[in-house]
Design a binder for this molecule. Structure first.
Ligand code: 5GP
Length: 184
């Protein structure tokens, strides 16, 4: 991974242009945390972060939440390279009892919505008191599976992005801002 002064990063064979700087991301995530504090402050919500992409967002979001909360992680997968592979699998599950809990699902990016659609149904079967979904990014024109997403960081074009937890072929998760693929 290399960065240059034109606000571009290069990962393997691809180049990406800055979309949201670290400061813009921080401001937006803090606003999402404040909004969640308003609605969930006294509910001891259980944040469930979908690994791997959402772990950076989740760690900032819970620190922007002012109140008691817990966090758990679930590993699902539906993506290979830069195109959705079509199927979702639960690789690593949650051990906590979700019955009667206020769940906040933390997702990195909603593309087709397949992942969230699957996960939302999975959660609902376990009788939580409420499910609220927070997605850092969403690609509205890519949606195929309508899922309720109550809070969205940024709506973006249907282009591949990296950074802030999102990878390209395993790399780029540690980039503090968000970068969009430059299509040749
Ligand atoms: P969906 O199930 O909504 O089609 O896809 C969601 C998952 O695909 C995300 O959690 C993320 O892991 C991956 N994904 C979708 N779009 C992008 C993207 O632009 N960049 C990266 N790095 N991953 C993406």
């Amino acid at each position: 991974m290399t960065t240059n002064p034109n606000d571009q990063v290069h990962i393997r064979d691809l180049s990406f242009q800055l979309l949201y700087s670290e400061a813009m991301v921080r401001e937006r995530v803090n606003a999402l945390g404040a909004a969640l504090t308003e609605t969930h402050k006294n509910l001891n919500p259980l944040f469930i972060s979908i690994l791997s992409g959402a772990f950076v967002f989740a760690s900032d979001l819970i620190r922007a939440f002012d109140g008691d909360c817990e966090i758990g992680f679930v590993k699902l997968s539906s993506y290979k390279g830069t195109r959705s592979s079509g199927d979702v699998q639960t690789v690593m599950g949650l051990e906590k009892d979700l019955k009667g809990r206020h769940i906040v699902v933390v997702e990195d990016i909603v593309d087709t919505g397949r992942t969230l659609h699957f996960f939302h149904n999975h959660l609902q079967e376990q009788g939580p008191a409420s499910i609220t979904t927070v997605a850092f990014l969403r690609k509205p024109s890519a949606i195929e599976f309508p899922v309720p997403v109550e809070y969205v960081g940024f709506d973006i074009e249907n282009k591949f992005v990296v950074g802030y937890g999102l990878d390209y072929d395993g790399l780029g998760r540690n980039i503090p801002g968000v970068y969009q693929l430059i299509e040749e």
